[in-house]
Design a protein. Structure first.
Length: 591
């Protein structure tokens, strides 16, 4: 019984191993790891064609990662393939454990179709140095990738190995769809270098993709990307909010305009005489034309000054601009649009695991946030729970023993026939000591024998029968008291447990808000753990009360059944005693 109670308490506090860590732990120097599942099935990302090598965005926040045990800069973060042996290249775009947010690009060698594959994220090594390989995350066909995470006054930095850093105005932005974004107010453009890695051959292959968020639908043509080579040009933009791509004099056909104030993924691919425009990962328009040869600079958010064409300024936000030297497949564009957005079902985050095999996950956050006063309340509640379980165990065992013994006694009593006192002289009846009916019977039979011996007759007066009933009733009351012994502890647990838990919750919430007021930090990440920890006291109170309520009601019904059987037996014994006296000594009864 003691072992059961201890095990249950440990389960409640989250100290029992939830999932044993794999013995093939990649590196023993890392204390923690997290499983990340890439789900391309219909329930996940619904990817029906294999994507191949893909840089996937891992979004960490307080809802899927504890940020406990990891270094402040993320220097001890590592990613390992499903075999738990092969390290994966990764690039940290941003990492802020204080705010509880991190954005990490991971180079996944193969994203299969309609499957679930797993990668591991390891962390928790104080000696580890940063191991991210930013240039290796994006394959060699990515000519430039701009995350726009640079501080104010710094031009956009290229995340690929080519180092095609942009030049231009200060476009330090606000929160984007992925971390920070570039803010274009209509007076600024960004110039991209005309390096060898950015060159495009005539009729060659090319991909451009980005996220945009318009302040409002422009009354005219606004450029997102522009590149000119003499009289040749490649323009990607919005015509009254309708995405278009233009090369030379050929322009894609018009479609539905995008929505202002919402993030939209825009992509263009070119290969031979086929140029395709995608919106939010879906085919939007086609253009039967080929790209001209280009070695010049390109621009984002506008056009180079001095052009004869007139465009309205691009006003809005731009995020995650990518340029490739090949035509990326439609499946990859769809996956990018799905995984880079705020709501993605492609990646599922498992519980955090400790090297010892103890899973701590969300419950670990709660336990670590519990205040000292709440622990006192929870400790009292666990003691109450243990006491109530002991009472329920003991009372259930007792009533079972009494019920079974009563059945045996009734069988033996009825076998005596009309001689109701015969069993009292039977030495073998000692085996019925556990029966409450036998104890009632012994008292009643003893009273009969005592009165016969005192009168010197083999019969008793009718007045004595009522006295015998009264004696047996007093024993019945004591038997009921034995049945109800310690039941009051269950009623205390039922009524007091939730109130104690509520007390712990209220005090915990008060302390949480007081700490927030003192720190001046009002973000949800600061509030949520304290509130969740405070609610743990209420959960503990309900954990005490609910089993006690069920146990109390079960025992109450069983006790009532035993009591009813005793009352029936007293009536039966007295009635048969009176009947026996009338039959054997009618004159005495009449007198």
């Amino acid at each position: 019984m003691t072992r059961i109670l201890l095990l249950t308490c440990l389960l409640i506090l989250g100290w029992v191993p939830a999932a044993h860590a794999d013995t093939s732990w990649w590196n023993q120097d890392f204390s923690f790891r997290k499983a990340i599942t890439i789900d391309t099935t219909a329930k996940g990302g619904n990817v029906t064609t294999a994507v191949g090598r893909t840089p996937l965005l891992v979004r960490l926040h307080s809802g899927n990662f504890t940020f406990d045990g990891v270094s402040e800069s993320g220097a001890d973060v590592r990613f390992v393939a499903a075999d738990d042996k092969t390290p994966l290249n990764f690039q940290i775009e941003s990492f802020d454990p204080v705010l509880g947010v991190a954005l990490i690009w991971v180079d996944v060698p193969q994203v299969a179709a309609d499957a679930q594959q797993q990668i591991w994220m390891y962390y928790g090594n104080a000696k580890a140095q940063g191991a991210e390989k930013a240039g290796a995350v994006f394959d060699a066909d990515y000519a430039a990738v701009y995350h726009f995470e640079e501080p104010a006054g710094t031009p956009p930095h290229d995340a690929t190995a080519y180092g095609n850093n942009a030049v231009g105005n200060d476009i330090a932005g606000v929160d984007g769809v992925i971390g920070k974004s570039a803010h274009f107010d209509g007076s600024k453009i960004v110039t991209l270098p005309g390096s060898v890695s950015m060159n495009v051959a005539e009729g060659g292959t090319f991909t451009f993709s980005t996220w945009i968020k318009l302040d409002a639908l422009a009354d005219g043509r606004a450029l997102v990307y522009a590149r000119r080579q003499g009289e040749q040009k490649l323009l990607i933009g919005l015509d009254h909010g309708v995405p278009f791509v233009q090369t030379g004099d050929a322009t894609s056909t018009a479609g539905e305009p995008i929505k202002a104030g919402a993030w939209t993924h825009l992509a263009v691919t070119a290969a031979g005489d086929d140029i395709a425009l995608y919106v939010d990962g879906k085919p939007y328009a086609k253009l039967a034309a080929k790209l001209p040869a280009m070695t010049s600079q390109a621009t984002l958010g506008g056009d180079i000054a001095g052009q004869a064409e007139t465009f309205v300024p691009f006003t809005g936000l731009m995020d995650e601009v990518r340029l490739s030297r090949i035509a990326r497949p439609a499946t990859l564009i769809a996956v990018d649009a799905q995984t880079q957005g705020a709501e993605s079902r492609l990646l599922n985050y498992g519980a955090d695991e400790k090297q010892s095999g103890v899973g701590f996950g969300y419950f670990g956050i709660i336990v670590k946030s519990v205040t000292a006063d709440a622990w006192v309340i929870i400790g009292i509640l666990l003691v109450m729970a243990a006491l109530s379980w002991v009472v329920m165990w003991q009372r259930a065992a007792y009533v079972n023993r009494v019920t079974n013994a009563n059945e045996d006694f009734l069988d033996a009593f009825r076998q005596q026939g009309r001689n109701i006192l015969a069993l009292s002289k039977d030495p073998a009846a000692a085996r019925l000591q556990d029966a409450s009916l036998y104890r009632l019977y012994k008292v009643g039979a003893a009273e009969v024998w005592n009165r016969r011996d005192a009168d010197g007759h083999d019969h008793i007066a009718s007045e004595s029968i009522e006295a015998i009933r009264a004696t047996m009733d007093s024993v019945l009351v004591r038997e009921n008291q034995r049945l109800s012994k310690s039941m009051v502890l269950l009623t205390i647990a039922i009524s007091g447990g939730p109130f104690l838990g509520l007390l712990g919750t209220v005090v915990g919430v008060m302390i949480t808000f007081a700490a927030i007021a003192a720190a001046g930090d009002v973000n949800v990440n600061a509030i949520a753990p304290g509130i969740a920890a405070a609610l743990l006291a209420t959960v503990a109170g309900l954990f005490v009360a609910i089993p006690a309520l069920f146990g109390y009601n079960y025992l109450l019904i069983r006790n009532k059944n035993v009591t009813a059987n005793m009352q029936v037996f007293v009536d039966e014994f007295v009635t048969r005693l009176a009947e026996q006296q009338r039959t054997t000594h009618p004159s005495a009864v009449a007198a």
